[in-house]
Write a protein that binds this ligand. Structure first.
Ligand SMILES: [Zn+2]
Length: 445
């Protein structure tokens, strides 16, 4: 066994030396079929007793942070990590009063139908006596949470002398690894559904990656990228399939613990598509528990759109059944959640929670975020916030509790869903009279 870590199969529990396998458990991989979540996803397990021997017991977190958490990463040399600033994103404390009367925001939009619907809704009147934090991962170099995974995948490839990385993506993972590879002198090959948002496709090309748009869904892109790995030996970044992605994503748990003053929050709202971010957050806090840094796992809330609920709706089913996902929140539009088995395990083990939100609620959450906090989130990220709003409406946010919302991507990644709800005014004649007339009209609107 590798002295630092080994892999354990999520499904059969088999243990593998870190150097003996790169992606899935070889035994379970043979059982994989097209319409089911992947079997054989590997979990990276560290020798925690060995790590603890290295550090003073009363100060493990600080000592680990001094060495860039290298002891709990599948990496030997931190110089292989990209120089771009990845992670350590802002954690904003938000006054919960911004949540008051979110329907008022909707009324400012020119859409009578929607106005009527929101007027009829129950007015939120629940307690605002709780702590609210937004973890803004749109501040990563390529503007999404995916940079956490890409950074580690890129570093791993560099450490092992691999120059080309291939990825299937709905857009964010692809634009992320394309940007990170550009910073590391590596080449990225990205397979995406041709219908991915144009901003993400533009990013991929701009960063110099080879873009392969396929006339199909993400699931097709996933299979095709695996074929390219087999054929050319390119390192595969596919989410869940590559165990390193989860190790990168877990870094957010370590950061949250530090940013909250060495405390674990009570609840974290996480947008869920494939389930890898959920598993990553759980794995991060599990590491902290294994090292005796904390004895508590926060309540992790998986948030999905009602129109893309293939993870939540299958949690209790004996056999996975997929329903075509149709949400406008493209980053979490997933027919077969790749990391379903691991996410379900974490949810069962640590009393994970889940909530479905309507696409209308996601649109509203985008507006509340933008107009009340100045954060422009992409739909998938706003879904996590919509989850918190729904929890509050249902009276599920406890007084004095600490709640974190993971905002996983920038709104500029895909402006179409929200652009259609706003009307950009016609140009005004460049005279002060015309401007005054315009402002008068605006005041009376
Ligand atoms: Zn296995």
């Amino acid at each position: 066994m590798n002295d630092k870590f080994h892999y354990e199969c999520t499904d059969c529990g088999a243990a593998y030396d870190a150097g003996s396998v790169m992606y899935l458990c070889p035994a379970c991989e043979k059982e994989n079929v097209k319409d089911q979540p992947i079997k054989g996803v590997l979990r990276t397990v560290y020798d925690f007793s060995r790590i603890l021997k290295k550090f003073r017991a009363d100060n493990v977190y600080d000592q680990l942070s001094k060495e860039s958490f290298l002891s709990v990463l599948p990496l030997r040399d931190e110089n292989c990590l990209p120089r771009l600033k990845i992670g350590n994103t802002p954690l904003y404390r938000i006054n919960p009063e911004v949540l008051e009367q979110p329907d008022q925001i909707e009324k400012t939009l020119e859409n009578n139908h929607r106005k009527q619907r929101s007027d009829n809704r129950r007015k939120p009147g629940k307690s605002l006596d709780f702590n609210l934090f937004f973890k803004d991962d749109s501040q990563n170099p390529t503007f999404s949470f995916k940079d956490r995974a890409s950074a580690l995948v890129s570093a791993w490839a560099k450490e092992h002398g691999i120059k080309t990385i291939v990825a299937a993506s709905t857009g964010n993972a692809g634009s992320s690894i394309a940007g990170i590879c550009a910073s590391q002198g590596q080449h990225a090959v990205i397979v995406v559904p041709a219908k991915a948002p144009v901003a993400k496709l533009t990013q991929i090309i701009l960063y110099g990656a080879t873009l392969i748009p396929v006339d199909g869904a993400y699931d097709d892109a996933f299979d095709l990228s695996r074929g390219l790995t087999q054929r050319f030996g390119w390192y595969n970044r596919n989410t869940a399939f590559n165990p390193v992605t989860i190790e990168g994503k877990k870094s957010v748990a370590w950061e949250l613990y530090g940013q909250l003053g060495r405390r674990v929050p009570d609840r974290i709202f996480i947008p869920v598509g494939d389930g890898v971010i959920y598993s990553g957050v759980a794995k991060g806090f599990e590491d902290l528990m294994n090292l005796g840094i904390t004895d508590r796992m926060p309540a992790l809330v998986a948030v999905q759109s009602e129109k893309s609920a293939n993870l939540i709706r299958n949690l209790e089913r004996p056999r996975f059944v997929s329903k075509p996902a149709r949400t406008f929140a493209d980053s979490i539009r997933v027919n077969i959640p790749r990391n379903f088995n691991m996410t379900r395990q974490y949810m069962h083990q640590y009393n994970g929670e889940s909530i479905l939100v309507a696409d209308d609620a996601i649109r509203k959450a985008i507006l509340v975020l933008a107009r009340r906090t100045g954060i422009f989130s992409e739909p998938a990220a706003a879904a996590a916030f919509a989850g918190l709003l729904k929890y509050r409406e249902l009276g599920l946010i406890h007084v004095n509790s600490t709640n974190v919302v993971l905002l996983t991507g920038s709104g500029l990644k895909d402006i179409n869903p929200i652009k259609s709800r706003l009307s950009i005014p016609q140009p005004v004649e460049p005279t002060s009279t015309a401007i005054e007339r315009y402002l008068e009209k605006w005041r009376n609107a």
